[in-house]
Design a protein. Structure first.
Lengths: 304, 310
């Protein structure tokens, strides 16, 4: 682009430069494609290798053949996993937890973001900053005190929280709510003030402004936040690993790591199949809603 | 403005409505109620545990006796602790540098190609970031497997001996950083690509007319325009990488001989698996200083941009 625009300007005087510049440009393009292919191979190798392994029988995996090629493709691993009650339990737990967490997150963060971006009240600026700081606190700092807290809750009230899948419904929102609130504040703040003033003139109350004006207008942001909340709760590994142990309470990531790996016998075909199926929901969502996903990703750090 | 509009209907009915009812209709009350679940969540499940972990860190193993700084002094005397400190810093800093570097390079390549192909490439290159880390780490673990390593098979074709990817301390450190770079570089790529797109084309044209070469355009136009996003992305990533758990836990579980433990995995090992909760809490508290520094810089940047905009 730049090369072209400068060379057209200088074209009549220097014919040769024009030719060499466009040749440079062509070569730059070729090199770009070459390196993009190299990086794409690097970035896509593990998932592709998952797929390759998942199509092999155990005998073929342990045979000393080319590991990058499937000689006798079989769907045995998929059939075995999708008919095993244990794996389906993991999948169900994961799906339940993620869907409920997304719902909770949206119910908490959308009204909060609306109030923080539009209705100035005492401490609202501090609170918005606080929400952002909360987003920066990693779960690795909180899991030990939370573990102890939940053990104490059990001691005092008799409510067993540890080793129940629904304890994750309390834990995951600490990761999803601050971020979703933060990006929703950004999206809501970008809506012109005239819009809600017009709605107020027409006699709308705050609930109506939120549901009839803000949510429809900020729908892309809402979708991005939803996707984010879903991916985070689907992928979370530390909390379920620390808080759940029995096989029927596990979610997918922990379930695969702890129960498909039994002792020294690694059934790699099944592990890779399980991991690939576990990676499928976020990947499918990403494939269909890529633009929202990327918009949400860049909004998190750049809005503010 | 908004206040006035809301106050108007409330005033007409003052006589009939009770004080409580009027308070409920006030804007600040509504706003407070809307943020109440958020406040409760943050206070009960983030703020309180964070402070509670400081309290926990001052107790002895059975959590009955106050030992003050006893846990910290005990940690300072342990060789493993200093190894964890070194490994955490090495892991985080090296990984962030390489993520930023690779992200920067790849973003330029994507930016270079015609724009109709960019979406496809961008979509393909972001896949590592989308796959749950626990799942992709399993794939890496299998690629690194000592007896069936697919990498070693390729290396063997070139006559290079088997590499102990996770068996040897140095290679294990290399492997966890490699996997972290693999997961995180696409995020940098996306951020840098967004930054590249936001640089006005006229600046490059002006620079080209002034006779700037590629290097000068990069140094005097691209980098200054991207500086903000580059810094904030790196800080974000530093926080996430420093507090990382999944990768080390799955690939090496801290081994061989605790050589690859980072704060998070070691805290898990001591606190949950070794059921010494106070010691685990003390270890995880050591993440706070570096997180605070990063958070302060990020906040400063956000405030500066907010004041620039208004």
């Amino acid at each position: 682009m730049t090369a072209a625009s400068i060379s057209t300007g200088a074209a009549p005087a220097r014919r040769r430069t024009y030719g060499s510049m466009s040749r440079d440009r062509r070569w730059a393009l070729r090199w770009s494609y070459f390196f993009l292919v190299v990086f794409a191979i690097f970035f896509l190798m593990p998932p592709v290798y998952m797929l390759i392994t998942s199509l092999k029988t155990s005998a073929e995996i342990s045979a000393a053949t080319n590991p990058w090629w499937v000689y006798n493709p079989t769907l045995g691993n998929y059939i075995e996993l999708l008919t095993s009650n244990q794996y389906l339990t993991f999948f169900r737990n994961s799906a339940l937890v993620s869907v409920i967490v997304v719902t909770i997150t949206m119910l908490i963060s959308v009204p909060a973001a609306f109030a923080l971006s539009r209705m100035r009240f005492w401490g609202s600026v501090t609170l918005a900053t606080g929400v952002f700081l909360t987003y920066l606190i990693p779960e690795t700092l909180l899991f030990i005190p939370l573990f102890k807290m939940f053990a104490l809750v059990n001691e005092y009230t008799g409510i067993e929280l540890i080793n129940r899948w629904w304890v994750l419904l309390l834990l995951y929102p600490t990761l999803t709510v601050p971020f979703c609130t933060w990006i929703m504040i950004g999206y809501f703040a970008s809506i012109p003030k005239e819009l809600d003033e017009a709605a107020l003139m027409d006699g709308a109350n705050y609930r109506q402004i939120l549901t009839r004006v803000f949510i429809p207008v900020a729908l892309p942001g809402l979708i991005a936040a939803t996707i984010f909340a879903f991916t985070v709760s689907w992928a979370q590994f530390l909390y379920p690993l620390a808080f759940t142990t029995s096989a029927d309470q596990l979610v997918l990531p922990v379930g695969i790591v702890t129960s498909l790996i039994k002792g020294d016998v690694f059934n790699w075909g099944q592990i890779m199949t399980g991991a690939l199926l576990g990676a499928a929901p976020p990947l499918i969502i990403y494939a269909f809603l890529m633009d929202y996903y990327i918009a949400g990703l860049t909004a998190g750090a750049t809005k503010g | 403005m908004v206040d006035a509009a809301l106050e108007a209907p409330a005033l007409t009915g003052t006589r009939r409505r009770s004080t409580l009812h009027r308070a409920m209709r006030r804007k600040s009350t509504i706003a407070f109620l809307m943020t109440l679940p958020l406040i409760l969540l943050v206070v009960l499940l983030v703020l309180y545990p964070a402070l509670y972990s400081i309290h926990l860190a001052t107790l002895n193993k059975s959590m009955e006796r106050f030992v003050g700084f006893g846990n910290f002094l005990f940690l300072f005397k342990r060789e493993t602790f200093w190894m964890v400190v070194r490994q955490s810093c090495l892991f985080a800093i090296t990984a962030v540098i390489f993520k930023a570097l690779i992200g920067f390079i790849v973003a330029h390549f994507v930016h270079n190609i015609p724009s109709r192909g960019q979406r496809k490439w961008r979509g393909m290159l972001l896949v590592p970031w989308v796959i749950p880390p626990a799942m992709s780490c399993l794939a890496w673990w299998w690629l690194f497997d000592p007896s069936y390593s697919a990498f070693n098979w390729i290396l063997a074709q070139f006559g290079v001996g088997p590499v102990p990817w996770t068996g040897d301390a140095y290679w294990a450190r290399f492997s966890v950083i490699l996997v972290n770079v693999w997961i995180g570089a696409p995020f940098f790529m996306i951020m840098y690509l967004a930054a590249l797109k936001s640089v006005p084309e006229q600046l490059y044209e002006a620079a080209a007319i002034d006779g700037a070469n590629w290097w000068q355009r990069m140094w005097y136009v691209t980098l200054p325009m991207m500086r903000n996003i580059m810094a904030i992305t790196a800080l974000f990533s530093l926080i996430v990488t420093f507090a990382n758990f999944d990768i080390v836990r799955i690939l090496t579980a801290g081994g061989p001989l605790d050589k690859t433990h980072v704060f998070a995995t070691w805290a898990f090992w001591l606190g949950i698996q070794g059921s010494d909760i106070p010691l685990g809490a003390s270890v995880s508290l050591f993440m706070v200083p570096i997180l605070t520094v990063a958070a302060v810089f990020i906040l400063r940047d956000i405030h500066r941009r907010a004041s620039e905009m208004s």
